[in-house]
Design a protein around this ligand. Structure first.
Ligand code: SF4
Length: 416
């Protein structure tokens, strides 16, 4: 269906199901078209809604109107440029002390695929990626496996470390030094000492907030056995990174049992930290995908309309200048539609490794990404592990990383 044709359609049913009853009952049942239009205009003109307005629009505005306003905001802040980063995915360890119900990445020792990468393996992969034209080394790893697995402690001891975080930081330093790839570490919850060390070698670091819902930690829900998914811990990591002026990637994960209100609250929590420190370089809206071998194998996936509605609300909350990303590989053939809702980035695309977090979902080839993006009137540009405004500012980088990033960038801060 052409989205322009459904302006008069009612809100999609998913949204109302997701809104908790108390929130839905507060909303007037006979919302006038002019009230909606007025709020949409506020969103378009100011580029940042308050919470009540965001919830109101999330539940009442026709999807086509929402995405039209979100697209206008994106155009105002980003023009027609849509970016991506050519990266290699380095799965440093699949061991993890958490058991998120949607995860296929984590392994226990002894399971097929359980591993820690040695320094030689890390260097070999990074060299292959550099030779293939990558500029970013994305380190992904489980959270603090040494806290519960002796095998993890033994491996770390052999390498001269006691914490996975310190080993990860050392591998980032090695990759920067020996290959010139810009590291972007995604190592889970970090304390200040770890952040300080990552800052020396990383262009940016990442931690998905996922959700501010503590409710999901209840028995049987997605984060029941995931001590590192306590929202306060994750918000504290993002805040500490802000105090240290580190460019930060975060985002929300949708469809894991949260309500739409909780999504909106998560976006406001991110906005509040960015308003304080100016360090959030991008916000990802990632959709849950069911896989056969996970506890949530039969949990319903968010629909494309739900995804578009969430992205559009995110654009309205975060404003025209925030970089908003959705992973193309998790929407399969429908991925170009994500552009309709106000994203301006496709994230990291790897020419040398699969998506280890979602191994069943292949990345589109860069040529396909370009064709589909440009067919919709956008210009696809390669960026580095940090966004142009962060490259040119230089404030968020150590001297060593700034020098390397600027040598890889053009005058506007994109990949040269
Ligand atoms: S999502 Fe991350 S923290 Fe959760 S189990 Fe998987 S690797 Fe561990």
């Amino acid at each position: 269906m052409d989205l322009r044709d459904c302006c008069a359609a009612d809100h999609d049913s998913t949204t109302m199901e997701l809104l908790p009853q108390r929130e839905a009952s507060r909303l007037p049942s006979d919302v006038s078209h002019s009230a909606l239009t007025e709020l949409l205009e506020v969103g378009r003109d100011t580029g940042s809604l308050d919470r009540e307005a965001a919830l109101f629009l999330a539940s009442r505005a026709p999807l086509a109107d929402l995405i039209a306003v979100a697209s206008e905001l994106r155009a105002r802040g980003k023009g027609t440029v849509v970016s991506f980063s050519k990266k290699v995915f380095i799965p440093l360890t699949t061991l993890c002390r958490d058991y998120c119900s949607y995860c296929t990445f984590r392994k226990d020792p002894g399971q097929p695929g359980a591993h820690f990468m040695t320094p030689d393996e890390v260097q070999g992969l990074a060299e292959r990626a550099r030779d293939a034209g990558c500029k970013e080394a994305l380190f992904s790893l489980g959270d603090q496996p040494e806290r519960i697995f002796p095998e993890a402690r033994d491996f770390l001891r052999q390498q001269g470390f006691t914490r996975t975080l310190d080993y990860a930081a050392a591998m980032c330093e090695m990759v920067l030094e020996r290959t010139g790839l810009l590291p972007h570490a995604n190592p889970g919850v970090m304390d200040r000492a770890a952040l300080e060390r990552f800052r020396e070698s990383n262009a940016s670091v990442g931690l998905m907030l996922e959700t501010v819902s503590t409710r999901l930690m209840r028995n049987g829900l997605a984060h029941f056995k995931a001590p590192d998914k306590v929202p306060a811990l994750r918000l504290r990591t993002i805040e500490e990174a802000g105090k240290l002026s580190m460019a930060f990637t975060t985002g929300i994960l949708i469809g894991i049992g949260e309500t739409f209100e909780e999504r909106v609250d998560s976006l406001f929590a991110i906005r509040a930290l960015h308003e304080k420190y100016g360090h959030v370089q991008e916000v990802i809206v990632q959709n849950f995908r069911a896989k056969p071998d996970i506890p949530m194998a039969h949990h319903p996936e968010p629909s494309m309309d739900d995804m578009l509605r969430t992205i559009a609300i995110a654009r309205l909350i975060l404003g025209p200048h925030m970089n908003l990303q959705a992973p193309p590989n998790l929407s399969y053939a429908d991925f170009p539609r994500l552009l309709e809702a106000g994203i301006n980035d496709w994230g990291g695309i790897s020419p040398v490794t699969k998506d280890f977090i979602n191994p069943e979902a292949a990345w589109p080839q860069i040529t396909k990404l370009r064709t589909e993006t440009e067919a919709r009137g956008f210009i696809l540009r390669e960026r580095l592990a940090l966004y142009p405004q962060f490259v040119t500012s230089g404030k968020f980088l150590s001297a060593r990383v700034r020098e390397r990033a600027q040598s890889l960038a053009d005058a506007e801060g994109f990949a040269a």
